[in-house]
Design a protein around this ligand. Structure first.
Ligand SMILES: Nc1ncnc2c1ncn2[C@@H]1O[C@H](COP(=O)(O)OP(=O)(O)OP(=O)(O)O)[C@@H](O)[C@H]1O
Length: 416
């Protein structure tokens, strides 16, 4: 207990009843999601700087190693590890007095990360200030403190991330289409709420969206041949968005350049090294929804370069518009071939063509299928086409995406 300093739980205003390896190589000026308080120099840019400065061995050596029964912050008894991110270890623990189960993120014991948990708490506090019921779409921050040099943040415990669901956890696949629609709607509402406060998540991926509960109910379902089957489905699709550690303000984003988001959810503007903004979240939300439907990766996990990734985007999502590609080509000659349409030059012309070097990538590109060939729900494909538009200037805003016809089925079900 003596080594632990505990801060009080965050208490937000009451909400109105009906209102509303990740980051790398980022350079920027300041971090901190809270624009009204003095910014801590911790968040996306400084986390990236830290990663660039330390070796994987140092990172490993600075990690908290959970052991069953260890007491964190003097009151939480560790049960098991839930996950491990680039900056911390997340454990499941129980409050000694109330017996409440919680998730505690224990940041690696590295100099620059000490304020990292404060950054996440401050980002959550910014959301509380928005006075909106949408706050329920985020994992509640219950408190935090420093224990034996490790910075800890206590979160409400969620059951399972979409990453686990997509990989077959709890045998929930395939999710009924209405449940995919409900989850997609909540993700969009949550991230749109962040955007409405001028905040960008920067690390939307299935691992950062969790189901609150994975209790199931068994239902009888009619198949195409008129036969009933018993099927286990989620009793509730309520989600919460986790990991606000990379949240930046719109203003901070405009001062930053470089790579962010997990590689497979990285928008074309980031891959091209262009300025980025809210659209990086919108694009990543689209990718997550595709994966929820497909229950597999949208892009081949072995993509080896940004250029291969851009070529894959062109095949799987859409061709780059000629005006967008021409503007890039002026800044970065050799990126696009432009005639009546634009196409990414792969392999890059300046690289000597070597069959052995490029054959696996060429094979992956040839095998990649357009989303409309893999998803047969035309309304969903249309929504995804709007979310994953390659030109960020033409990408739909999330609050507008909520009005998409794809979500009409929710209104229909609610009236049943
Ligand atoms: N509130 C929670 N309830 C249950 N599990 C959680 C919770 N928060 C985090 N986890 C688990 O821990 C993992 C890592 O958490 P998180 O992404 O917040 O850590 P991180 O160090 O910021 O990781 P990253 O490298 O993705 O930035 C999650 O993918 C999830 O499996």
């Amino acid at each position: 207990m003596d080594a632990a300093h505990i801060t009080l739980p965050l208490v937000g205003p009451r909400v109105a009843p009906h209102g509303t390896p990740a980051a790398t190589e980022v350079t920027g000026t300041t971090d901190g999601a809270d624009t009204t308080e003095s910014s801590h120099p911790v968040g996306l840019a400084s986390r990236a700087r830290i990663l660039a400065l330390i070796t994987p061995h140092q990172l490993e050596a600075s990690a908290y190693v959970p052991s069953y029964g260890d007491l964190l912050l003097g009151t939480y008894c560790v049960q098991r590890q839930l996950g491990r991110g680039s900056f911390g270890t997340v454990v499941r623990a129980r409050h000694m007095v109330t017996n409440t189960a919680v998730a505690i993120k224990v940041l690696h014991n590295l100099d620059g990360l000490h304020l990292g948990s404060r950054h996440e708490e401050r980002a959550y506090r910014s959301l509380l200030r928005g006075c909106s019921p949408h706050i329920s779409l985020f994992a509640k921050v219950l408190g935090g403190g420093i224990d034996r040099g490790f910075s800890c943040t206590v979160f409400e415990l969620c059951d399972m991330t979409l990453y686990d669901v997509i990989r077959g956890g709890a045998n929930l696949l395939p999710l009924p289409s209405v449940q995919i629609c409900e989850i997609a709607n909540q993700i969009i509402r949550g991230v749109a709420y962040l955007h409405s406060l001028g905040l960008i998540h920067t690390d939307i991926k299935p691992d950062n969206i969790a189901l609150r509960r994975t209790d199931t109910v068994t239902v009888r379902q009619l198949d195409g041949e008129g036969v009933f089957h018993l099927r286990k489905i989620l009793a509730s699709t309520a989600i919460c968005i986790i990991d606000l550690g990379g949240v930046v303000t719109f203003k901070q984003a405009s001062q930053m350049k470089g790579l962010l988001c997990a590689p497979m959810y990285r928008a074309p503007e980031v891959l091209l090294g262009l300025p980025w903004s809210y659209g990086v979240d919108t694009y990543a939300v689209g990718c997550v929804i595709v994966e929820l439907f497909l229950t597999e990766d949208l892009f081949h996990p072995e993509i080896a370069s940004d250029r291969e990734h851009l070529t894959m985007i062109e095949r799987v999502l859409e061709r780059f518009p000629p005006d967008f590609a021409s503007a890039i080509e002026e800044q970065m000659p050799g990126t696009f071939h432009i005639s009546h349409a634009a196409s990414v030059i792969f392999p890059p012309a300046k690289e000597e063509f070597s069959a052995t070097k490029h054959a696996p990538a060429m094979q992956r590109i040839l095998e990649a299928e357009h989303i409309s060939a893999r998803i047969h729900d035309v309304e969903l494909v249309d929504l995804l086409r709007n979310l994953c538009v390659v030109d960020p200037a033409r990408r739909i805003a999330l609050h507008i995406a909520l009005r998409h016809i794809y979500f009409d089925k929710l209104r229909h079900y609610r009236h049943m």
